[in-house]
Design a protein around this ligand. Structure first.
Ligand SMILES: [Zn+2]
Length: 441
Protein backbone atom coordinates (compact mmCIF):
# COMPACT_ATOMS: atom_id res chain seq x y z
CA UNK A 1 0.00 0.00 0.00
CA UNK A 2 1.22 3.53 -0.85
CA UNK A 3 1.15 5.86 2.16
CA UNK A 4 2.39 9.28 3.30
CA UNK A 5 3.08 10.77 6.71
CA UNK A 6 3.13 14.57 6.92
CA UNK A 7 2.30 17.43 9.28
CA UNK A 8 -0.03 20.28 8.27
CA UNK A 9 3.08 22.32 7.34
CA UNK A 10 3.47 20.03 4.35
CA UNK A 11 0.14 21.09 2.87
CA UNK A 12 -1.21 21.81 0.34
CA UNK A 13 1.62 20.04 -1.53
CA UNK A 14 1.73 16.84 0.45
CA UNK A 15 -1.97 15.99 0.60
CA UNK A 16 -2.20 16.59 -3.14
CA UNK A 17 0.93 14.86 -4.41
CA UNK A 18 2.89 12.62 -2.05
CA UNK A 19 0.86 9.38 -2.06
CA UNK A 20 0.12 9.68 -5.78
CA UNK A 21 3.84 10.08 -6.49
CA UNK A 22 4.50 6.91 -4.43
CA UNK A 23 1.80 5.05 -6.40
CA UNK A 24 3.18 6.20 -9.76
CA UNK A 25 6.67 5.08 -8.72
CA UNK A 26 5.48 1.57 -7.85
CA UNK A 27 3.57 1.40 -11.14
CA UNK A 28 6.37 2.56 -13.44
CA UNK A 29 9.22 0.77 -11.69
CA UNK A 30 7.29 -2.51 -11.47
CA UNK A 31 6.52 -2.33 -15.17
CA UNK A 32 10.25 -2.09 -15.94
CA UNK A 33 11.51 -4.60 -13.33
CA UNK A 34 9.31 -6.93 -11.26
CA UNK A 35 6.20 -6.66 -9.06
CA UNK A 36 6.89 -4.73 -5.86
CA UNK A 37 7.34 -7.51 -3.29
CA UNK A 38 6.90 -5.52 -0.04
CA UNK A 39 3.54 -4.82 1.69
CA UNK A 40 3.95 -1.01 1.98
CA UNK A 41 5.81 2.00 0.55
CA UNK A 42 5.79 5.05 2.83
CA UNK A 43 6.84 8.64 2.11
CA UNK A 44 7.56 10.75 5.22
CA UNK A 45 7.68 14.55 5.10
CA UNK A 46 10.88 16.47 5.94
CA UNK A 47 11.90 20.02 5.19
CA UNK A 48 14.55 19.29 2.56
CA UNK A 49 16.31 15.94 2.71
CA UNK A 50 15.92 12.74 0.73
CA UNK A 51 16.87 9.42 2.34
CA UNK A 52 15.88 5.87 1.55
CA UNK A 53 15.27 2.75 3.67
CA UNK A 54 13.40 -0.44 2.79
CA UNK A 55 9.67 0.39 2.56
CA UNK A 56 10.06 3.87 4.12
CA UNK A 57 11.80 7.05 2.99
CA UNK A 58 12.11 10.68 4.09
CA UNK A 59 11.53 13.42 1.58
CA UNK A 60 11.79 17.19 1.39
CA UNK A 61 9.48 19.78 -0.13
CA UNK A 62 7.73 22.22 2.18
CA UNK A 63 5.45 25.05 0.98
CA UNK A 64 5.89 28.62 2.30
CA UNK A 65 3.97 29.52 5.49
CA UNK A 66 1.25 31.16 3.36
CA UNK A 67 0.63 27.88 1.50
CA UNK A 68 2.25 28.95 -1.78
CA UNK A 69 5.28 27.22 -3.25
CA UNK A 70 7.67 27.60 -6.20
CA UNK A 71 7.56 25.29 -9.20
CA UNK A 72 11.02 24.16 -8.11
CA UNK A 73 9.77 23.14 -4.65
CA UNK A 74 6.87 21.21 -6.17
CA UNK A 75 8.99 19.32 -8.69
CA UNK A 76 11.83 18.89 -6.21
CA UNK A 77 9.39 17.19 -3.86
CA UNK A 78 7.78 14.89 -6.43
CA UNK A 79 11.20 13.96 -7.85
CA UNK A 80 12.72 13.18 -4.46
CA UNK A 81 9.73 11.01 -3.52
CA UNK A 82 9.98 9.07 -6.79
CA UNK A 83 13.74 8.71 -6.32
CA UNK A 84 13.68 7.53 -2.70
CA UNK A 85 10.74 5.17 -3.19
CA UNK A 86 12.59 3.92 -6.29
CA UNK A 87 15.51 2.87 -4.12
CA UNK A 88 13.35 -0.03 -2.94
CA UNK A 89 14.14 -1.57 -6.32
CA UNK A 90 17.80 -0.48 -6.58
CA UNK A 91 19.65 -1.28 -4.23
CA UNK A 92 17.22 -2.70 -1.64
CA UNK A 93 16.09 -5.58 -3.88
CA UNK A 94 18.61 -5.61 -6.75
CA UNK A 95 21.28 -5.34 -4.09
CA UNK A 96 24.38 -3.86 -5.72
CA UNK A 97 27.19 -2.57 -3.50
CA UNK A 98 26.67 1.19 -3.40
CA UNK A 99 29.84 1.87 -1.45
CA UNK A 100 31.84 0.30 -4.29
CA UNK A 101 29.73 1.30 -7.31
CA UNK A 102 27.38 4.15 -6.41
CA UNK A 103 26.20 4.40 -10.02
CA UNK A 104 24.77 0.88 -9.99
CA UNK A 105 21.89 1.94 -7.78
CA UNK A 106 21.86 5.75 -8.17
CA UNK A 107 22.32 5.69 -11.95
CA UNK A 108 19.72 2.98 -12.62
CA UNK A 109 17.37 4.57 -10.10
CA UNK A 110 17.77 8.03 -11.65
CA UNK A 111 17.04 6.52 -15.07
CA UNK A 112 13.77 4.96 -13.86
CA UNK A 113 13.00 8.18 -11.96
CA UNK A 114 13.16 9.99 -15.31
CA UNK A 115 10.74 7.49 -16.93
CA UNK A 116 8.40 7.84 -13.92
CA UNK A 117 8.43 11.65 -14.03
CA UNK A 118 7.51 11.58 -17.70
CA UNK A 119 4.64 9.18 -16.96
CA UNK A 120 3.47 11.45 -14.15
CA UNK A 121 3.29 14.56 -16.36
CA UNK A 122 4.42 14.67 -20.00
CA UNK A 123 5.68 18.24 -19.47
CA UNK A 124 7.60 17.32 -16.31
CA UNK A 125 10.86 19.33 -16.17
CA UNK A 126 13.13 16.33 -15.48
CA UNK A 127 16.58 17.45 -14.40
CA UNK A 128 18.42 14.29 -15.43
CA UNK A 129 17.91 11.80 -18.24
CA UNK A 130 17.65 14.00 -21.36
CA UNK A 131 20.92 13.81 -23.34
CA UNK A 132 21.14 17.59 -23.78
CA UNK A 133 21.18 18.04 -19.99
CA UNK A 134 24.46 16.13 -19.59
CA UNK A 135 26.36 18.11 -22.23
CA UNK A 136 27.87 20.72 -19.91
CA UNK A 137 29.26 18.05 -17.64
CA UNK A 138 30.60 15.91 -20.49
CA UNK A 139 32.46 18.77 -22.18
CA UNK A 140 34.02 20.02 -18.95
CA UNK A 141 37.61 19.84 -17.69
CA UNK A 142 38.72 16.19 -18.04
CA UNK A 143 40.82 16.45 -14.86
CA UNK A 144 37.54 16.76 -12.97
CA UNK A 145 35.69 13.95 -14.75
CA UNK A 146 36.21 10.30 -13.78
CA UNK A 147 34.95 7.37 -15.81
CA UNK A 148 31.69 6.00 -14.37
CA UNK A 149 33.65 2.83 -13.61
CA UNK A 150 35.56 4.46 -10.76
CA UNK A 151 35.35 3.43 -7.12
CA UNK A 152 32.91 5.70 -5.29
CA UNK A 153 35.59 7.03 -2.92
CA UNK A 154 37.54 8.50 -5.86
CA UNK A 155 34.84 10.11 -7.98
CA UNK A 156 34.89 13.76 -9.05
CA UNK A 157 31.48 15.45 -9.33
CA UNK A 158 29.46 12.76 -7.58
CA UNK A 159 26.01 13.79 -8.85
CA UNK A 160 26.93 13.95 -12.53
CA UNK A 161 29.16 10.90 -12.40
CA UNK A 162 26.99 8.46 -10.47
CA UNK A 163 23.48 9.80 -11.18
CA UNK A 164 23.27 11.97 -14.28
CA UNK A 165 25.66 10.30 -16.72
CA UNK A 166 24.64 6.64 -16.19
CA UNK A 167 20.94 7.66 -16.28
CA UNK A 168 21.54 9.48 -19.57
CA UNK A 169 23.60 6.61 -20.99
CA UNK A 170 20.74 4.17 -20.29
CA UNK A 171 18.26 6.57 -21.83
CA UNK A 172 20.41 6.82 -24.98
CA UNK A 173 20.68 3.04 -25.13
CA UNK A 174 16.89 2.79 -24.92
CA UNK A 175 15.96 5.55 -27.35
CA UNK A 176 18.81 5.65 -29.85
CA UNK A 177 20.89 2.46 -29.80
CA UNK A 178 18.62 -0.50 -28.95
CA UNK A 179 15.07 0.80 -29.26
CA UNK A 180 12.48 0.70 -26.48
CA UNK A 181 11.21 -2.83 -26.95
CA UNK A 182 14.59 -4.52 -26.91
CA UNK A 183 15.98 -2.35 -24.12
CA UNK A 184 12.95 -2.79 -21.87
CA UNK A 185 13.07 -6.56 -22.28
CA UNK A 186 16.79 -6.72 -21.45
CA UNK A 187 16.55 -4.30 -18.51
CA UNK A 188 13.70 -6.29 -17.01
CA UNK A 189 15.68 -9.48 -17.50
CA UNK A 190 18.64 -7.96 -15.59
CA UNK A 191 16.35 -6.81 -12.75
CA UNK A 192 14.69 -10.20 -12.40
CA UNK A 193 17.93 -12.19 -12.63
CA UNK A 194 19.50 -10.12 -9.85
CA UNK A 195 16.53 -9.66 -7.48
CA UNK A 196 17.73 -10.30 -3.91
CA UNK A 197 21.24 -10.97 -5.21
CA UNK A 198 24.41 -8.87 -5.45
CA UNK A 199 25.21 -7.89 -9.03
CA UNK A 200 28.53 -6.36 -10.13
CA UNK A 201 28.84 -4.01 -13.15
CA UNK A 202 29.74 -6.87 -15.50
CA UNK A 203 26.47 -8.57 -14.57
CA UNK A 204 24.52 -5.59 -15.83
CA UNK A 205 26.63 -5.28 -19.01
CA UNK A 206 26.33 -9.00 -19.74
CA UNK A 207 22.59 -9.24 -19.06
CA UNK A 208 21.81 -6.27 -21.29
CA UNK A 209 23.76 -7.92 -24.11
CA UNK A 210 22.68 -11.53 -23.86
CA UNK A 211 19.01 -10.72 -23.24
CA UNK A 212 18.91 -8.47 -26.32
CA UNK A 213 21.44 -10.20 -28.59
CA UNK A 214 23.01 -6.78 -29.26
CA UNK A 215 26.78 -6.34 -28.97
CA UNK A 216 27.13 -3.32 -26.70
CA UNK A 217 30.82 -3.68 -25.79
CA UNK A 218 31.71 -0.49 -27.63
CA UNK A 219 29.02 1.42 -25.72
CA UNK A 220 30.06 0.22 -22.25
CA UNK A 221 33.70 0.85 -23.08
CA UNK A 222 33.11 4.45 -24.21
CA UNK A 223 30.44 5.60 -21.79
CA UNK A 224 31.43 3.67 -18.65
CA UNK A 225 35.21 3.14 -18.87
CA UNK A 226 36.38 6.49 -20.30
CA UNK A 227 35.69 10.17 -19.66
CA UNK A 228 35.42 10.98 -23.36
CA UNK A 229 32.45 12.88 -24.78
CA UNK A 230 30.42 12.93 -27.99
CA UNK A 231 31.32 15.50 -30.62
CA UNK A 232 30.65 14.36 -34.17
CA UNK A 233 30.76 16.74 -37.09
CA UNK A 234 29.78 17.02 -40.73
CA UNK A 235 33.03 18.03 -42.42
CA UNK A 236 32.26 17.86 -46.10
CA UNK A 237 29.32 17.22 -48.39
CA UNK A 238 29.81 16.34 -52.06
CA UNK A 239 26.67 16.21 -54.17
CA UNK A 240 26.37 13.94 -57.21
CA UNK A 241 23.51 13.52 -59.65
CA UNK A 242 23.26 11.24 -62.64
CA UNK A 243 24.37 13.20 -65.70
CA UNK A 244 21.63 13.84 -68.24
CA UNK A 245 23.12 12.64 -71.58
CA UNK A 246 20.49 14.41 -73.71
CA UNK A 247 22.53 16.81 -75.93
CA UNK A 248 20.02 19.65 -75.43
CA UNK A 249 20.21 19.27 -71.64
CA UNK A 250 24.00 19.04 -71.74
CA UNK A 251 24.20 22.28 -73.72
CA UNK A 252 21.84 23.99 -71.28
CA UNK A 253 24.02 22.82 -68.37
CA UNK A 254 27.16 24.15 -70.13
CA UNK A 255 25.58 27.57 -70.57
CA UNK A 256 24.49 27.66 -66.94
CA UNK A 257 27.97 26.73 -65.79
CA UNK A 258 29.48 29.47 -67.94
CA UNK A 259 27.06 32.05 -66.53
CA UNK A 260 27.84 31.01 -62.95
CA UNK A 261 31.60 31.43 -63.36
CA UNK A 262 33.02 34.21 -61.18
CA UNK A 263 33.84 37.35 -63.20
CA UNK A 264 37.51 38.06 -63.83
CA UNK A 265 38.87 41.47 -62.85
CA UNK A 266 41.12 41.88 -65.91
CA UNK A 267 38.33 40.97 -68.28
CA UNK A 268 36.03 43.58 -66.76
CA UNK A 269 38.71 46.32 -66.84
CA UNK A 270 39.63 45.47 -70.44
CA UNK A 271 36.02 46.07 -71.49
CA UNK A 272 36.75 49.74 -70.79
CA UNK A 273 40.47 49.91 -71.62
CA UNK A 274 40.34 48.02 -74.93
CA UNK A 275 37.64 49.65 -77.04
CA UNK A 276 38.00 47.04 -79.81
CA UNK A 277 40.03 43.84 -80.07
CA UNK A 278 41.60 42.75 -83.33
CA UNK A 279 39.00 40.01 -83.69
CA UNK A 280 36.19 42.50 -83.25
CA UNK A 281 37.77 44.79 -85.86
CA UNK A 282 38.50 41.98 -88.32
CA UNK A 283 35.72 39.36 -88.79
CA UNK A 284 37.94 37.32 -91.12
CA UNK A 285 39.70 36.04 -87.99
CA UNK A 286 36.60 34.06 -86.98
CA UNK A 287 36.56 30.27 -87.28
CA UNK A 288 34.71 27.27 -85.79
CA UNK A 289 35.94 28.00 -82.25
CA UNK A 290 34.81 31.63 -82.16
CA UNK A 291 31.36 30.85 -83.62
CA UNK A 292 29.22 29.42 -80.74
CA UNK A 293 26.37 28.32 -83.03
CA UNK A 294 28.81 26.05 -84.88
CA UNK A 295 30.80 24.89 -81.91
CA UNK A 296 27.86 24.23 -79.55
CA UNK A 297 24.97 23.70 -81.94
CA UNK A 298 23.52 20.18 -81.81
CA UNK A 299 23.74 17.99 -84.86
CA UNK A 300 21.35 15.23 -85.92
CA UNK A 301 24.19 12.79 -85.45
CA UNK A 302 24.45 13.74 -81.78
CA UNK A 303 20.69 13.37 -81.38
CA UNK A 304 20.79 9.89 -82.90
CA UNK A 305 23.71 8.89 -80.72
CA UNK A 306 21.63 9.82 -77.66
CA UNK A 307 18.72 7.71 -78.86
CA UNK A 308 21.08 4.77 -79.41
CA UNK A 309 22.49 5.25 -75.92
CA UNK A 310 19.00 5.09 -74.36
CA UNK A 311 18.07 2.00 -76.39
CA UNK A 312 21.18 0.19 -75.21
CA UNK A 313 20.38 0.61 -71.49
CA UNK A 314 19.25 -2.47 -69.54
CA UNK A 315 15.99 -2.24 -67.54
CA UNK A 316 17.97 -1.75 -64.35
CA UNK A 317 20.14 0.97 -65.88
CA UNK A 318 17.06 2.66 -67.27
CA UNK A 319 15.38 2.69 -63.85
CA UNK A 320 18.46 4.30 -62.37
CA UNK A 321 18.92 6.77 -65.21
CA UNK A 322 15.35 8.08 -64.90
CA UNK A 323 15.07 7.82 -61.09
CA UNK A 324 16.16 11.36 -60.32
CA UNK A 325 18.21 9.95 -57.41
CA UNK A 326 20.64 12.29 -55.72
CA UNK A 327 23.86 11.13 -54.11
CA UNK A 328 25.40 12.90 -51.13
CA UNK A 329 28.86 11.82 -50.10
CA UNK A 330 29.28 13.04 -46.52
CA UNK A 331 32.46 13.00 -44.46
CA UNK A 332 32.02 12.89 -40.67
CA UNK A 333 34.64 13.32 -37.96
CA UNK A 334 34.75 12.22 -34.34
CA UNK A 335 36.26 14.99 -32.19
CA UNK A 336 35.08 13.86 -28.75
CA UNK A 337 36.18 10.22 -28.69
CA UNK A 338 32.83 8.48 -28.14
CA UNK A 339 31.40 6.84 -31.25
CA UNK A 340 27.66 7.14 -31.81
CA UNK A 341 25.17 6.26 -34.55
CA UNK A 342 24.93 8.82 -37.34
CA UNK A 343 21.44 10.29 -37.28
CA UNK A 344 21.23 12.30 -40.48
CA UNK A 345 18.30 14.53 -41.40
CA UNK A 346 17.86 15.68 -44.99
CA UNK A 347 15.73 18.78 -45.58
CA UNK A 348 14.69 18.72 -49.23
CA UNK A 349 14.09 21.65 -51.54
CA UNK A 350 10.39 20.71 -51.83
CA UNK A 351 9.95 21.30 -48.07
CA UNK A 352 9.82 17.63 -47.02
CA UNK A 353 12.44 15.92 -44.90
CA UNK A 354 13.77 12.48 -44.00
CA UNK A 355 15.93 11.00 -41.22
CA UNK A 356 18.42 8.22 -41.95
CA UNK A 357 20.03 6.21 -39.12
CA UNK A 358 23.46 4.67 -39.57
CA UNK A 359 24.50 2.33 -36.71
CA UNK A 360 27.59 3.19 -34.66
CA UNK A 361 29.36 0.19 -36.22
CA UNK A 362 30.23 2.48 -39.14
CA UNK A 363 33.16 3.68 -36.96
CA UNK A 364 34.53 0.16 -36.58
CA UNK A 365 37.43 0.46 -39.01
CA UNK A 366 38.22 4.13 -38.44
CA UNK A 367 36.99 5.85 -35.31
CA UNK A 368 38.28 9.29 -36.33
CA UNK A 369 36.72 9.93 -39.70
CA UNK A 370 34.26 8.15 -42.01
CA UNK A 371 32.76 8.89 -45.40
CA UNK A 372 29.43 7.53 -46.55
CA UNK A 373 27.34 8.00 -49.66
CA UNK A 374 23.62 8.55 -49.04
CA UNK A 375 21.25 7.88 -51.94
CA UNK A 376 18.11 9.98 -51.64
CA UNK A 377 15.27 10.74 -54.00
CA UNK A 378 15.26 14.52 -53.83
CA UNK A 379 17.65 17.42 -53.84
CA UNK A 380 18.64 18.53 -50.32
CA UNK A 381 18.85 22.14 -49.19
CA UNK A 382 20.21 21.34 -45.72
CA UNK A 383 21.63 18.33 -43.86
CA UNK A 384 21.74 17.97 -40.06
CA UNK A 385 23.55 15.49 -37.83
CA UNK A 386 21.63 14.46 -34.67
CA UNK A 387 18.64 16.81 -35.22
CA UNK A 388 16.93 15.86 -31.93
CA UNK A 389 20.14 16.14 -29.90
CA UNK A 390 19.73 12.56 -28.73
CA UNK A 391 23.43 11.64 -28.54
CA UNK A 392 24.66 14.31 -26.05
CA UNK A 393 26.81 15.87 -28.79
CA UNK A 394 28.58 18.73 -27.00
CA UNK A 395 29.03 21.01 -30.03
CA UNK A 396 26.09 21.47 -32.39
CA UNK A 397 27.92 24.19 -34.36
CA UNK A 398 29.63 21.57 -36.56
CA UNK A 399 26.53 19.42 -37.15
CA UNK A 400 24.95 21.09 -40.15
CA UNK A 401 25.46 21.65 -43.85
CA UNK A 402 25.44 24.47 -44.79
CA UNK A 403 26.99 25.34 -41.43
CA UNK A 404 25.05 27.25 -38.79
CA UNK A 405 26.03 28.78 -35.47
CA UNK A 406 23.86 28.52 -32.38
CA UNK A 407 23.58 31.33 -29.81
CA UNK A 408 25.24 30.89 -26.45
CA UNK A 409 23.04 29.53 -23.67
CA UNK A 410 24.77 31.60 -21.00
CA UNK A 411 21.66 33.61 -20.14
CA UNK A 412 19.64 30.45 -19.61
CA UNK A 413 22.01 29.07 -16.99
CA UNK A 414 21.98 32.34 -15.10
CA UNK A 415 18.19 32.30 -14.95
CA UNK A 416 18.06 28.74 -13.71
CA UNK A 417 20.32 29.33 -10.77
CA UNK A 418 18.36 29.02 -7.51
CA UNK A 419 18.55 26.68 -4.53
CA UNK A 420 15.81 24.41 -3.10
CA UNK A 421 13.80 27.36 -1.81
CA UNK A 422 15.14 29.93 -4.27
CA UNK A 423 15.22 33.61 -3.40
CA UNK A 424 12.43 36.23 -3.37
CA UNK A 425 8.72 35.58 -3.80
CA UNK A 426 7.59 32.46 -5.70
CA UNK A 427 5.39 32.64 -8.81
CA UNK A 428 2.18 32.00 -6.83
CA UNK A 429 2.96 34.88 -4.47
CA UNK A 430 3.67 37.19 -7.41
CA UNK A 431 0.10 36.49 -8.62
CA UNK A 432 -1.27 37.51 -5.19
CA UNK A 433 -2.03 33.96 -3.96
CA UNK A 434 -1.37 32.73 -0.44
CA UNK A 435 -3.10 33.06 2.92
CA UNK A 436 -2.98 36.55 4.44
CA UNK A 437 -1.76 36.89 8.02
CA UNK A 438 -4.14 38.50 10.52
CA UNK A 439 -4.23 42.29 10.24
CA UNK A 440 -2.83 42.22 6.69
CA UNK A 441 -4.91 43.56 3.86
ZN1 LIG B 1 19.55 8.02 -4.50
Amino acid sequence: MAMSYYPKEGNPLWEQYSTKAVAQTLETYSKHTFDYPYPVAISVHTKWIGMEYPMICFNGGRPAADGTYSARTKHGMISVIIHEVGHNYFPMIVASDERQWTWMDEGLNTFLQYLTEQEFDRNYPSRRGEPRNIVDYMKGDKDKISPIMTNSESIHQFGNNAYGKPATALNILRETIMGRELFDHAFKEYSQRWMFKHPEPADLFRSMEDASAVDLDWFWRGWFFTNEHVDLSIDKVVWYTIKDMDPEAMEKARQEEEAEEAPMRNYERNLGDIPETRLEKDPTLNDFYTRPEERYGITDEERHAFTDFKDALTEEEKAMYYSGDQFYEITFSNHGGLVMPLIVKFDYVDGSSEIIHVPAEIWKKNHETVTKVFKVEKEAKAIYLDPYQETADVDMNNNAWPSISYPSRFELFKQNYAGWGGGGPNEMQKKGLGKKKEGEE
